[in-house]
Ligand binder design. Sequence first.
Ligand code: GRF
Length: 237
Amino acid sequence: MTAATTTATAVATPAAAHARIAVLVSGRGSNLQALLDAIADGRLHARIVGVFSDRPEAAALDRVAPGLRWSRDARGYPDRASFDAELADAVAAAAPDWVFCAGYMRILGDAFVRRFDGRLLNVHPSLLPRHKGLHTHARALQAGDAEHGASVHFVVPELDAGAVVAQVRIPVLAGDTPEALAARLLPEEHRLVAAALALAVAGRLAERDGQVRLDGQPLFGPLQLDSAGILRPGSRH
Ligand code: GRF
């Protein structure tokens, strides 16, 4: 990173103070866009230092400059480990402080998770530990859940099983379809990722022994996003 050596002017925080976020994507990238928007309007003091995809056709890649994009078709690799190794080297080359999976639809193997242990986060569209895996909106409806939501969690080798940092909740309404529920949740999910990453880049989040720590203190349940966009200690989990 270059130091600011030009004549001092009254400008905002120098780039060197901004945490570096690498983002893993597989699809449209609306969560990546939420981070870019939060950076642009000053809610998130960070830089996106690379966007990485297992799908070269992912629309998410187009949301950043060509120099920040990395993609390989995972189907061209003999096994998960060889793809993951190349991905991990590319991510590491971007020197991220945090690695965020924003709609990254491929399971990350143990070696990748270990390499970025403690700084690897994912957003999942359910109130974890409910509805790990796919089709979360349909499964919330099938289960008769009164509430649905999204979770940001630390990534561990087991799918969607890491310690949950923060959640946003929405009510399930009579007549909801999976599509309606997904559409209502998505903007809330975007607010959640911006707020959770803001905590992370401020150096306030850590994970130890499977437990989230906020400002060094163990968190006994996920933070809950309120309507003003503030993450508060949860009364329910
Ligand atoms: C999001 O709902 C995310 O939680 C899930 O897949 C969706 C990706 O959306 N894993 P986008 O690519 O960020 O628009």
